[in-house]
Design a protein around this ligand. Sequence first.
Ligand code: FAD
Ligand code: NDP
Length: 426
Amino acid sequence: MGRAFVYVIIGGGVAAGYAALEFTKKGVSPGELCIISDETVAPYERPALSKGFLLPEAPARLPGFHTCVGANEEKLTPNWYKDHGIELILGTRVESADVRRKTLLTTVGETIAYKFLIIATGARARTLEEIGITGSDAENVCYLRDLADATKLVNMMGKCTGGKAMVIGGGYIGMECAAALVINKIHVSMVFPGTYCMGRLFTPKIASYYEDFYKSKGVNFIKGTALSSFMFNSTRKVTGAFLKDGRYLPVDMVVVGIGACPNTSLFKDQLKFENGGIQVNSRFQSSNTSVYAVGDVASFPVKLFGDTRRLEHVDLARKSAKHAVSAIMEPRNTSDFDYLPFFYSRVFSLSWQFYGDNVGEVIHFGDFSGTKFGGYWVNEGRLVGCFLEGGGNEEYEAIAKAIRLKPVVKDLSKLQRDGVDFVNEV
Ligand code: FAD
Ligand code: NDP
């Protein structure tokens, strides 16, 4: 049993949704495009899962956050795919791929042939078992990657009001879920091995602002140690956690956010890999010319910094998807991808954005006892990155524009004196 399409996308997440919209803009014909996703719902804006979806009042729910509402574009409901003749195969996993034959095999035994393939399989949550701890199967241990995880987390929070949660990991998931747990009136302890939260991006000074803010909301930070094992009751519910430093924490629920692993195993030994992802050129084309990779799985050239990176953020997923579709459908009119890395988060009343690269010397600016502050990164005499908490749209736009130019900075103290106004003069 089999079907053939001109274009096939594996994965039905953020990149798939933005790619679908771009295909229709470029004039795909009905019956030419197919999306295969192991999720049971049409592509949606994944960032909503750790923000609006977890709110106790007026929470975000589908169909409200299908792609592409996050970029203020059309909302692609299941009917939209039908109306555009796009085959949306949901609840179906691609089990194997053969890039030489240009075929995919799904879990229901169907072979799907393609002329062009876009890999948009994203990432999965790293599990406790991968760091040597058992317990992921317990009913009160939650991860957060997809709608099913988010639904389990919401149900668990509903049962634990007034109780105690342990958040394992102090990265994006840890910080955003800790805030949501507090808002749901649950006491939170956060455990992570580093000396400060968000170690991949924040400086100690920036991290201490957020940690103080979280502490003011009652969050207990347990840093420099890790989970050793869980205590279970007779129904295999976690009731407590032993830490490597010997401490014991009684818990009602656990949220795990210890990193993500790109879903690339289908293509092992078939495509070239780099930075833990699928190596692509500046048109998101892999080492096989019929296969493109976008979003979390793609390791792509970042022209601005002269290297290649794999980024696990939504802005890249959206833009890489559009670019790949353009490269496939209008190769002559598609220039090389020229990306400015952009990350953001929103928790409680706080909101930050980061543009560029966090390497080199850091110059902090603004009011760290107030609501607006940030940091500049200067590498080899040039301004390469900027973080700003509490900025306005115009300021973030000016930062993005300035960082793209990588201006030479002669006087570092001017960055501190001028603060965010510095970028207006670039
Ligand atoms: P995904 O959106 O993960 O989609 C991958 C899809 O492929 C999924 O539907 C998956 O089920 C499917 N799939 C995988 N393997 C197969 C297979 N073999 N067969 C069929 N289907 C398959 N980034 C930000 O910049 N800002 C944020 O605020 C933010 N918040 C986030 C909140 C959460 C809870 C999470 C988990 C991530 C967040 N991110 C955020 C990161 C951002 O969502 C990802 O970078 C983005 O979703 C990547 O898009 P993608 O399409 O590559 O992968
Ligand atoms: P991150 O990589 O952001 O953070 C992982 C965290 O796990 C770090 O704090 C790390 O600590 C900690 N850690 C590592 N090993 C252990 C351990 N043995 N015990 C306890 N903690 C450990 O990954 P997340 O899981 O937070 O996020 C998953 C994905 O979701 C990422 O792709 C992320 O980009 C994405 N996401 C993005 C958001 C955004 O952009 N706003 C929001 C939500 C998710 P340390 O640093 O101290 O080693």
